[in-house]
Ligand binder design. Structure first.
Ligand SMILES: [Mn+2]
Length: 434
């Protein structure tokens, strides 16, 4: 069996069961001799050495007799336990099987008190989206293997459980009245494999975008940014989508124990696989100890635009926010926003996998998200790394909900022709004396 190319398995489109490439996507990698991943989101400095150690451990006595040159190239086959191709449940998409649904006319279904994102009606099929002329389709992507411990996968459930109120006095706009939006359910995933979960999420994002609706993907860890943006690029064209990446981390890490996708790697994958040009990535909120110089050099080589907390500390948030809004207007026609909740300070969002002190405040985040979504042709939005299992007091869920709400308000403002920068309702801007 050929060794999988570094890039082709994750680029493969189409139903998983139909492709031998997809079996390769699902490779379960044994890294039993590798030390546990470091507690941060960063690359382990010894990542390459880890791979060699794991491969060495799996090498049998015959291979040990081979010449030194051969040993320098570890055999990835030796470190992998393969999937069972005869498992009738190999295709994870069966989770979205609607064959037992009662017959009905296509269109959004009102759910009463059943939990859905913002209490929205649900949609089960592409036909529902089309018949309902849906403009925004929420979906859950409950992946948490990419962060390495459980909790982020409960993010969609936590957000669905929040109170349904939307809009605020800043704009006096209730987006739920202005936009036709639905909850499209969760993407089916393989909760034993980040690699195998990418394709069904990407497929669902593509499904939504193909109808012209905006997918709003609630994670889930940040690995899903790869699937979300690749799915949009499938529809709008490679290199035609720009991404604003709000995050304490740059998420462009290299191989980790052989893994090419995790919550530390989606940006690297999107650029290396040719879905997005580096110059169409804008990073906001970077801080902490990752990346080091190599990561920044890589971003500079790829013409990334980035705004660290150091820049914000030096120049002030208002200035940097205007820079980001200007840069977002100076790029491809289509824009995706990937919002890692850890871009905010842990004071507001401690319920996340890899918190980093010194982050943005709600007062800084809400207007920029609303502004980006009102000024630009936003074709996708994701909110990731909300982990309700470590979220005492609902603080993180509350702020996460508000971030999504601000973007929806922005999209509604744009639809209403009010997408000017810093739009505020005249009623709340001042009282009658001024
Ligand atoms: Mn991230």
């Amino acid at each position: 069996m050929p060794v999988p190319s570094r890039f082709s398995p994750l680029s493969a489109a189409g139903p998983c069961a139909a492709s031998s490439l997809c079996a390769l996507v699902g490779l379960l990698i044994l890294a039993c001799e590798a030390p546990p991943a470091d507690s941060g989101e960063g690359e382990s400095p010894g990542a390459e050495a880890d791979v060699a150690t794991a491969a060495d451990a799996a090498t049998d006595s015959t291979a040990q007799e081979a010449d030194t040159a051969a040993q320098e190239v570890p055999d990835p086959e030796a470190a992998i336990i393969r999937l069972d191709p005869n498992d009738p449940n190999l295709e994870v998409w069966r989770d979205r099987d609607i064959s037992n649904d009662p017959p009905r006319e296509p269109g959004p279904i009102r759910v009463g008190s059943v939990l859905s994102f913002f209490g929205l009606p649900i949609a089960r099929t592409i036909e529902d989206l089309v018949a309902g002329e849906v403009e925004v389709a929420f979906m859950g992507a409950p992946v948490d293997m990419g962060v390495g411990f459980r909790g982020a996968g409960e993010g969609p459930t936590a957000l669905r459980a929040m109170r349904r109120s939307t809009g605020s006095m800043e704009t006096m706009i209730s987006w739920r009245r202005e936009l036709t939006a639905v909850d499209y359910g969760n993407a089916p995933i393989d909760n034993l494999s980040t690699e195998r979960s990418m394709e069904p999420i990407r497929r669902m994002v593509r499904e939504i975008a193909e109808t012209g609706a905006i997918p709003v993907i609630i994670g889930g860890d940040h690995s899903i940014e790869f699937a979300n943006v690749a799915g949009l690029a499938d529809v709008y064209g490679k290199e035609n989508v720009g991404v604003i990446h709000f995050d304490a981390h740059y998420d462009a890490g290299g191989t980790r124990s052989g893994h090419l996708i995790s919550h530390a790697q989606p940006v690297r994958r999107l650029v290396d696989d040719g879905h997005i040009l580096g110059r169409n990535f804008i990073q906001v909120g970077l801080r902490g100890n990752w990346p080091g110089p190599e990561g920044f050099e890589w971003m500079r080589e790829n013409e990334f635009r980035y705004h660290t907390m150091a820049e914000i500390d030096r120049d002030g948030w208002t200035t940097v926010m205007q820079r980001v809004l200007d840069e977002a207007n100076d790029g491809p026609e289509y824009l995706h926003i990937s919002f890692d909740i850890d871009v905010m300070d842990p004071a507001y969002t401690s319920g996340t996998g890899t918190p980093v002190p010194g982050g943005l405040t709600p007062r800084e985040v809400f207007p920029i998200v609303r502004g980006l979504c009102s000024e630009n042709n936003v074709v996708g939005f994701d909110l990731v790394e909300l982990n309700p299992l470590v979220d005492p007091g609902y603080t993180t869920a509350l702020n996460a909900k508000q971030v999504v709400d601000e973007c929806m308000t922005g999209i509604a403002l744009r639809k209403l022709g009010l997408g000017d920068r810093d739009y505020l309702s005249p009623l709340t801007r001042r009282d009658a004396r001024r």
